[in-house]
Ligand binder design. Structure first.
Ligand SMILES: C[C@](O)(CO)[C@H](O)COP(=O)(O)OP(=O)(O)OC[C@H]1O[C@@H](n2ccc(N)nc2=O)[C@H](O)[C@@H]1O
Ligand SMILES: Nc1ncnc2c1ncn2[C@@H]1O[C@H](COP(=O)(O)OP(=O)(O)OP(=O)(O)O)[C@@H](O)[C@H]1O
Length: 444
């Protein structure tokens, strides 16, 4: 029987999320910009001689492990699609979860995407990318993006993806909540807040331009999430936590359908300082710093594969930071062994530990473990990049069709109601969620 395969799958944030009308199938048309961030679930697939089993650790300890779990559904869907006979060939899945459950960061979707890639490699199904992406879309609207990673615009349900030109690295302070939110409930709340026909959703050209230019402040300024008001209506705790962000003049958004709150910060150091204080706020489950963009699902070589002991140590570290550190913190040696990852897993196993002479394996295992979990995204090697991406209709507006950021910034120069002079400032009040430039209510 073959060796276990471990992949890691990133969570996402939505930097822009415009919601359109409800479709005949009950879903909403979206125009959204996803970014994958350095917060990962690890998925290990071990071959067995029949059936699919699942165990979970970390934040997933209390989730069901039956066929309602998205990871189990993903493995079963792949087996069906690829004609794998589950009575003879199966998989034991283990997921170590760090992405919050029902937090709007695509936790379940990341597990489904990771399971597809791990089982595809384990069973040697070699499903073409377009079929993998179609399977992913059937499992959930966010699953295709979790496969792809990076920064991408999503239309349709969010599954019609095009990678975006996005310069720069984004550093986010993230606050996860003790209570989650149900995605369908948030969409329903959005519907109930509409008094007339909802226009077709689109991403503002100024926003795309800011992304392409790597102007992180303008990206925050033009960011939008139509699910923010409905999510905050449903989550009093998140409304209170927003006060913290506003007190620190941060432009706060929810991630996806919430209630996780995110804000760009200018440095990892500032973010970590704020996160430490935020952890003591009521309703907050955890606070930490992540960076983006990172790549989609990646294979983790054997020697870096998670161990329960390491996971526990990392998760309980008081300054746990899921971030990108400056390169020199690890030195190039930490990734010197990664060249083997450039090969397709179907040609040469990336999990072959026989390459013991590399400098990574000569480092102490804890140094390397630390390094792989914090490694800068631009160094990551996606073994099986999903280069062929589907998208049906609209093209991104050409540069010359877009107003210049300056022109738009002038139009928006006046701070929104209740906000300070900085576009990043908003004034908190007691129970009413503060208005921010991202809050659709500021448009009215
Ligand atoms: C809010 C986002 O996270 C933004 O990226 C996604 O749209 C949600 O993606 P997801 O969690 O993968 O959601 P799915 O599992 O596909 O759908 C869950 C439910 O959310 C609602 N839903 C989801 C996506 C969408 N475009 N319109 C919807 O109305 C539907 O009620 C659906 O039954
Ligand atoms: N592997 C999984 N991880 C997390 N949740 C799962 C998983 N499988 C099924 N679920 C169920 O899916 C629901 C949504 O959880 P999830 O963590 O995916 O939400 P989310 O991050 O808000 O999703 P999204 O951002 O894609 O809308 C939960 O109620 C949970 O019970």
């Amino acid at each position: 029987m073959g060796k276990p395969i471990t992949v890691r799958a990133p969570g996402k944030v939505n930097l822009y999320l415009a919601v359109g009308p409800t479709r005949a199938d009950g879903f909403h048309d979206l125009a959204t910009v996803f970014q994958a961030v350095s917060l990962y679930d690890d998925i290990t697939a071990t071959p067995n001689d029949g059936g699919i089993t699942l165990s979970m650790s970390g934040l997933g300890e209390h989730l069901p492990v039956d066929d309602t779990n998205l990871a189990v559904r993903a493995a079963a869907a792949l087996a069906r699609e690829a004609g794998v006979d589950l009575t003879e060939t199966g998989v034991d899945l283990h997921i170590h979860k760090r992405i919050p459950v029902a937090g709007g960061m695509a936790g379940g979707s990341a597990d489904a995407a990771g399971t597809l890639i791990a089982c595809d490699a384990l069973w040697g199904t070699k499903l073409p990318n377009d079929r993998l992406l179609a399977l992913a879309a059937d499992l959930g609207s966010d699953v295709p993006f979790c496969l792809l990673g990076g920064t991408a615009v999503g239309y349709g349900r969010g599954e019609n993806l095009t990678p975006l030109l996005a310069r720069g690295t984004y550093t986010y302070l993230v606050a996860t909540m003790l209570e989650g939110l149900s995605t369908p409930a948030v969409f329903k709340e959005f519907d109930s807040g509409q008094s007339g026909p909802v226009p077709p959703p689109e991403v503002a050209p100024t926003f795309l331009r800011a992304l392409a230019q790597g102007d992180t402040q303008l990206v925050a300024y033009f960011g939008r999430n139509d699910l923010m008001s409905p999510a905050l209506e449903l989550h009093r705790g998140a409304r209170h936590v927003m006060e913290f962000f506003c007190q620190h003049s941060l432009t706060v958004m929810i991630s996806g359908s919430g209630p996780t709150l995110i804000a760009q910060v200018e440095s990892v150091e500032r973010g970590e300082g704020l996160a430490e204080r935020l952890r003591n706020w009521p309703h907050v489950a955890d606070a930490f710093v992540v960076t983006g963009p990172v790549t989609g699902v990646e294979f983790v070589p054997d020697r870096y594969a998670p161990s329960r002991t390491r996971d526990r140590a990392l998760d309980s570290h008081p300054n746990r930071t899921r971030d990108q550190r400056p390169d020199d913190e690890f030195g190039d040696d930490a990734f010197a062994g990664d060249s083997e990852l450039d090969a397709s897993p179907f040609d040469t196993s990336p999990f072959d530990t026989s390459a013991s002479g590399n400098s990574a394996s000569s480092s102490s295992s804890s140094d390397v473990d630390d390094a792989i979990l914090r490694h800068p995204s631009h160094r990551s090697r996606t073994v099986r990049p999903l280069l062929r991406v589907i998208r049906n209709d609209d093209e991104i507006p050409p540069d010359d069709a877009a107003p210049t950021p300056d022109a738009d910034a002038t139009a928006l120069d006046a701070p929104p109601d209740g906000a300070g002079t900085s576009p990043h400032a908003a004034t908190p009040s007691d129970d009413v969620p503060p208005r921010t430039p991202n809050d659709p209510r500021t448009d009215t």
